[in-house]
Design a protein around this ligand. Sequence first.
Ligand code: FES
Ligand code: FES
Length: 219
Amino acid sequence: MTDTREITLTVNGTEHTIDVEPRQLLVHAIREELDLTGTHIGCDTGNCGACTVLKDGEPIKSCLMFATQADGSELMTVEGMEDLPEAGEDLHPLQEGFREEHGLQCGYCTPGMLMSGKALLDENPDPSEEEIREAISGNLCRCTGYQNIVRSIEYAAEELEAGEIAAADGGVVTDADGSTITPAEMTDADGEFDCGVENCCGGPMTDRDHDSIAGGESE
Ligand code: FES
Ligand code: FES
């Protein structure tokens, strides 16, 4: 009979109690026991960063830790990004950034990049290019190249800052001609909030690689 241990993990805000083998890696518990396959496995040896998740707010490589070592902790995976308050009704600004700045091709590294980017922006909302490169230095991308990934994170930093300024102004947005618009004035005929800026506040979006940035069907 296989020896198992009961552990409790709070993942993306939901508490799970699961049985795991003592030697089961955290990444395998996330993918196989919780069915959250947005967290990828690239090497299983701590080299690629594809398995990066946030553990109690810190980015960790989940292939370098046994699931039992994470007992009692709070985890965040890519699947949780769309539920964050700053995601509005759709994607988190970081996910939007990867879509807008073409920060992915095959998307394999993307969940890990998003988690490292999230940890960076939580700690440093206005990072320099050098600081972004340092933050993602443990995440390898075999196809996109890092320039677009850096731009994606810069995009998110700008979007998050703009959102904070708008919130501080009571949601008032300054239009291109300098006039201001209130949220009530940005409601369309169907009552949907739309600020009129492309890819902002529910504006037009493409579905390019949605699964990679949202952790949907990714395997
Ligand atoms: S799978 Fe964990 S670092 Fe590569
Ligand atoms: S590994 Fe393919 S997009 Fe990074």
